[in-house]
Design a protein around this ligand. Sequence first.
Ligand code: CMP
Length: 299
Amino acid sequence: RTKRQAISAEPTVLDLSQLSDVTLTSYCKNKESGELIQRALMDNDFMKHLEHGQILTIMDCMYPTSLAKGCCVIQEGDDGSTVYVLEEGTVEVTKQDKKLCTIGPGKVFGELAILYNCTRTATVTALTDIKLWAIDRQGFQTIMMRTGLIKHSQYIDFLRSVPRFQSLPEDILSKLADTLEETCYNDGDYIIRQGATGDTFFIISKGQVKVSQQLSASDEQITVETLSKGDWFGELALEGEDVRTASVTAMGDVTCLVIDRESFKQLIGGLDDGSSKQYDSDEVKEKWKAEADFFSSVS
Ligand code: CMP
């Protein structure tokens, strides 16, 4: 394992213009094979951080292939073009004729040359007749990249729904989308605490949150409202030091897109200030007012 982690080649640079032309083909597979592939991808050190959607699409696009005992599946030093998941049989991994390990069903191999754009780091030989699932470089990289692009455009849409951001030019919105951090919370987690200072702004991209306030130390927390997907909170923190006027807690699983003041300022600078905002619709105006009310409601 240590050798695998020592790879220092640069990750592959992709040409976006080529990706739009790539058609992804899905291949039928039974439930067991689908699950084996998913587990294999999630178990691989280099792929386990992929999003679930990416894992499912890679699984969907893998095609079946088989090789006889003794065949060389991958030759060290070659240019790599395929990532494999072993379904049946055993393969041996060698490097400069030294045995590194044997691999059994439910494992990924051949991922390094594709992920790191390097030549094959080892030779892989079939010790038995083997059944494999395979995906080629182009399909694999398209899936990696397209998901990123779709996400990026979803982030831009979310940002556009916030009045403060609506009039920002496309390139600034795009950069803002790059700086967003997606953060997940579990049921009951505090996202912000009343009284704490904050420098982060949140847009809910999944789930619901409860906004509650405590008017004095001896009072109970009162639920003020619930917010859901597309709603935002903490906007004033982007303008200057914000003492949080309410607590916000997750109701079930919640995902927020989080922007911090520093990144925001660097990107937006003096481009626009909220006070000179022209409202584009009543709905937007209402949202903007609700946000302002929310943060000024406690004296
Ligand atoms: P790749 O370099 O594309 O082709 C050879 C594959 O062998 C490599 O990806 C890994 O999947 C696998 N491999 C390389 N080194 C090791 C190792 N030390 N242990 C297990 N598998 C390895």
